[in-house]
Each structure stands twice: as C-alpha cells, then as structure tokens.
Design a protein around this ligand. Structure first.
Ligand SMILES: [Zn+2]
Length: 266
C-alpha cells in the first residue's frame, strides 16, 4: 500500500511579468546609470584633454571656473556649458551621453557570460573618455590606458577561474601583448608616421578582449580598425578636410574595430 497518496497539485508558478516589462525596466535602469556615470566620463576628458606634459586641467578653459564632480551640472552634463561663463567645457553637447548609451546597448547585445561582459564594460568605461581625448588632442594618456588594460587582464582572469579555463586567458594575454608590440614596432620603425605608443597601450586591452574569443577575432578586429581608419582618411581627403600629411588619431578606430569584431564574433 502506498504510504503517500497522490501528490497534491503543485501551485501554479507565479505569473511572470510580460516579457517586454523586464526588458524595458532593465533598459531604463541602465539609462539612468549611464546618465549618472557620464559626468565622471566627461570629467576624465576635461582633465586629460591637455597637451603632453601639461598639468591636468582643473576647470573651464575660458574663465577658470572649477569643474568638479560635486557640482557636475551644467559643465559635466549633456549641455557641457561652464556654469559661470557658459563657454563649452569638454566634448560636444550630448556626444559623451550618446556614446555611453551606445556602449550600454552594445553590452546588452553582447549578453552573458557576466564575467567576460564585466571585462568589456570595464574597458569601455576607460576607452570612452580616451576616444574623446584622442580626438581633441591626439593623445592617449597613460593614466587611462594602463588601468583599462590591467582591469581587462584581471576580469578575464576571473572569467577563466569561474569556468572559461586557462586557455582563453593565456590567448588573451598573448594577443594583447602581441597587438601592443605590433603598434609599438610601427612607432620604432616609422616614427611619427607609425602608430603612437598610446595606441600600443590601448591595444593591450583591445587585443586581450579580441584574442579571448580566438585568433581570427583578433585579426578581424585589427583589420576592421585599419579599414575604418583608411575609409575615414580617404573621405576626409576627398572632402579636402585633411591632407596626406595629416595625422588622424587611431584610438577611436581601434575601439570601434574591437567592438565591431566582438559583436560579429558573438
Ligand atoms: Zn567658464
């Protein structure tokens, strides 16, 4: 004789919210987080977009009013205006915010695993201001390139420990170092016509993120970056907005090429 009777019917699972709701609130939360983060990104650009060897900029270039995180608006807000003299502070109005929203959209598209996503998110947090700085003053300051690369190495190490294994991590370290050496070698061989050493340091993190997914992804990222930069250079030449001797900052292209290759590989 069975000791237990028929099992009582299981309670129906809690009705889950409509699929759209969770996604929408997630996107809204991400958007709020981005808008809270962008003053920090703008501050990094204002501080570091100075010629090599100069001290970091503390305030408005026009009137000297201090720009700081304690009073982020309007100088570090989307309108990017000095609160005293209304002169523009840092990158174009809305540009950093747009780039940050694009970065979040990209992370959503890339999706889990979370540990690898954390490495990309960390990298984006540093390279986003770096792109604006490179566009403004053709520099990629060490204060931003080193932490970007170090964090990628550590977070990918965490991803390796939590399941991905040592193989991808070793490939990432080798890929980052290899790509950095490639850029550094062009500086040594070609001088000013080669890439800068800042590009080489930026390539450490980019190469690691790309090589994590495989050697073909690393090659694709590099080719996409070079191709994009060549296309834009030709466009600028055709529009007579640049000359053959002009030096185009390469950092933004390396970042875009890396992100495009990561998206395509996913
Ligand atoms: Zn001012």
């Amino acid at each position: 004789m069975a000791l237990t009777g028929p099992r009582p019917p299981q309670p129906a699972p809690e009705s889950s919210p409509a699929p759209g709701d969770g996604g929408r609130s997630g996107v809204a939360r991400a958007a709020v987080a981005v808008l809270l983060l962008t003053p920090l990104l703008r501050l990094a650009v204002v501080r570091h977009a100075v010629p090599a060897g100069s001290i970091l900029r503390a305030g408005c270039a026009a009137c000297g009013a201090v720009v700081e995180l304690r009073h982020p608006w309007p100088a570090l807000g989307p309108t990017a205006r000095c609160r005293r003299c209304r002169a523009r502070t840092g990158p174009r109005p809305g540009s950093v915010e747009l780039a940050a929203v694009g970065a979040v959209a990209l992370l959503v598209l890339l999706g889990p695993p979370v540990a690898e996503l954390a490495a990309v998110a960390w990298w984006l947090g540093w390279v986003l201001p770096l792109c604006f700085i490179d566009l403004a003053v053709h520099r990629l300051p060490d204060r931003l390139t080193w932490p970007a690369a170090a964090g990628v190495g550590l977070l990918l190490g965490l991803a390796a420990l939590t399941g991905a294994g040592a193989g991808p991590w070793l490939r990432a370290v080798l890929g980052g170092a290899g790509l950095a050496l490639f850029f550094a070698a062009t500086t040594l061989l070609l001088g000013a016509r080669g890439f800068g050493l800042g590009d080489a340091k930026l390539a450490l993190g980019a190469g690691a993120l790309l090589a994590w997914h495989g050697w073909p992804v690393l090659v694709a990222g590099l080719l996409l970056a070079l191709g994009l930069s060549a296309l834009v250079s030709l466009g600028l030449l055709a529009a007579r907005r640049a000359r053959w001797s002009s030096h185009l900052p390469f950092g933004p292209f390396l970042v875009l090429g890396t992100l495009a290759a990561l998206l395509l590989s996913g």
